[in-house]
Design a protein. Structure first.
Length: 161
């Protein structure tokens, strides 16, 4: 019993029809671009506290206030570093923090920086709300935003590590 394999001459050329695929791409790409949601990314510039050395000749004059804001799980403490406590806010009342910082800004209008000392158990969202309360204040009359302490530095609470 012998089985012979038959060889067929299959030298037929097949032409690819890409018309349907191209039609799909012509319709799909513009519709995806029109319906795409473009997200807006905001960047907050925050620094780490320096070693205390002045960065330039204009920075050699030390401001009368070195603002430290301690953010703890149950309270927010406003301090003048080396001078003492300026205020304490129970809980997470950011409107009260903002109002207290407006009063501090009235006393020290030349100061534009603040150091946030964050406890390790404070959540990320609370840190962002605190940064927003420290950086800007909204006018009740005009609705415009004004800078309080726009130069925010992040640090840990002293003595926790």
């Amino acid at each position: 019993m012998s089985i012979r394999k038959r060889r067929r001459n299959r030298s037929t050329e097949v032409e690819l029809d890409l018309t349907a695929f191209m039609n799909l791409m012509v319709i799909m790409i513009p519709s995806l671009l029109v319906n795409a949601v473009f997200t807006q990314v905001n960047v907050l510039n925050v620094d780490q506290p320096g070693d205390g050395a002045p960065k330039s000749a204009s920075a050699a004059v030390k401001p009368p206030l070195t603002l430290d804001i301690g953010v703890y799980p149950d309270k927010i403490v406003i301090n003048n570093r080396g001078q003492g406590q300026l205020g304490e806010i129970a809980g997470r009342n950011y409107a009260q923090l903002n109002a207290a910082l407006v009063e501090v800004k009235k006393q020290y209008p030349a100061v534009s920086s603040a150091t946030l000392r964050i406890d390790e158990s404070v959540t990320y969202q609370d840190i962002i709300y605190t940064i927003d309360a420290v950086r800007v204040v909204e006018s009740k009359n005009t609705g415009n935003s004004y800078a309080l302490f726009p130069n925010v530095q992040l640090a840990g609470v002293e003595g926790t590590l």
